[in-house]
Design a protein around this ligand. Structure first.
Ligand code: PLP
Length: 381
């Protein structure tokens, strides 16, 4: 029996996407490549809801995140960034590594900075060059709900607006043009449900101009090189991971066939069902209610529940994979991915497997309450 991956990425990849990787290797300086890559760019633009330039990097999500930093942030620049977990912390370290003056809005894990706190930071730092934000903090299961209002602040200060949406884009609305996002990064292996290894990034015309005029001192992540090759020949400057591009294109096609709005609804309903079903069994979500992610359901461990034993039992006996906590949260929370192919089947099988695992470990849980509550939520799909 195959494992059901309910990890916060990589997620399950449909067979149609896996099969796409069997296409022959082509010359990446040929018309065939132009056909492939322009289609990848076009479909990525549709999912990002943007007309901005797209670069589909052959790299994991960190590659896109690094490119989004080293191409924009220079020594001495002032950058505002909310920090409340592992990935926002990594992002702020990257920015600090550029020699920037970082204004960190730190909040406890599981809780986002409020919009008013962000606004206050803009009011107090008129010379800000860029605002960076992690859309969905994968380590704690929080999601920022006011990204549609940030460009009012960045445009006032003429600052760049940059979003790391590695663990959410494709699963929840992030209309890049409507929300005025200058640079947006994601990873193919999360809500888009492709294999890991392709990381798309969108760049607005003004950010592109800045990058072309101020190229970074790097080779692989110098985005101006990618713009030049694409604008002149519709090529990439370096050898792309062709099978991964085939798979990524197929995953985008599946997403677009279902329709963005339907995909967003499916993610939202499935995460509601997971939160409420697992809560009905006595588990409590880690994140504050208003900040909860719809693609990562993080739950507190019940008293005395051993992380390794719980996850091993879940995996070995019930073939369901979930992730543990990061850093200080190791042993305190576990995280259920709710993205990509996620469906009522995934939700019900996961709740049932978790309840059986808990029962096997001697905890009294009301499995029926969990399943019934989730079932009710899933009716709307
Ligand atoms: N940013 C966020 C929000 C993430 O969740 C992740 C990975 O989970 C990354 C960046 C890094 O992505 P990768 O592990 O693909 O390099």
């Amino acid at each position: 029996m195959e494992y059901l991956s309910m990890l916060p990425g990589p997620t399950n990849v449909p067979n149609r996407v896996m099969r796409a990787m069997l296409a022959p290797i082509i010359n990446h300086r040929s018309d065939d490549f132009v056909e492939l890559y322009t289609d990848v760019v076009d479909k990525t633009q549709q999912v990002f809801e943007t007309k901005n330039d797209i670069v589909a990097l052959s790299a994991s999500g960190t590659g896109a995140v690094e490119a989004g930093v080293v191409n924009l942030v220079k020594k001495g620049d002032k950058v505002i960034i909310p920090v409340n977990g592992e990935f926002s912390n990594r992002l702020s370290q990257l920015i600090e590594g550029q020699g920037a003056n970082v204004v960190k809005l730190e909040t406890p894990p599981g809780q986002n900075a409020t919009f008013d706190q962000v606004k206050e930071a803009f009011d107090n730092n008129k010379d800000v060059k860029a605002f960076y934000v992690v859309h969905n903090e994968t380590s704690t299961g929080t999601m920022v709900n006011y990204l549609d209002r940030i460009s009012d602040l960045t445009s006032r200060n003429d600052a760049f607006y940059v979003v790391d949406s590695v663990s959410l884009l494709g699963g929840a609305p992030l209309p890049v043009d409507k929300w005025g996002v200058d640079v947006c990064m994601t990873g193919a292996q999360k809500a888009i449900a492709a294999p890991p290894g392709i990381s798309p990034i969108s760049v607005s015309p003004r950010a592109k101009k800045y990058m072309q005029e101020n190229p970074p001192n790097t080779m692989y992540f110098n985005l101006a090189r990618y713009f030049k090759y694409y604008d002149e020949e519709k090529h990439t400057p370096f050898t792309p991971a062709l099978p991964l591009l085939y798979a990524y294109r197929e995953a985008l096609a599946i997403l677009l066939e279902e329709g963005l709005q339907n995909v967003f609804t499916r993610h939202k309903v499935c995460s509601d069902a997971l939160y409420s079903g697992l809560s009905a069994m006595g588990l409590s979500p880690f994140a504050k209610e208003e900040d909860r992610s719809i693609s990562i359901v993080a739950l507190n461990y019940l008293d005395g529940l051993e992380d390794k034993i719980f996850r091993n039992t879940l995996a070995n006996k019930f073939k369901v994979l979930v992730a543990g906590g990061f850093g200080n949260l190791k042993g305190k929370v576990f995280r259920v991915g709710c993205m990509g192919e996620v469906s009522p089947y995934h939700v019900m099988r996961t709740i049932s497997a978790i309840s059986s695992t808990l029962a096997m470990m001697g905890y009294e849980v009301d499995a029926q309450a969990g399943l019934k509550t989730a079932e009710e939520k899933l009716k709307s799909l």
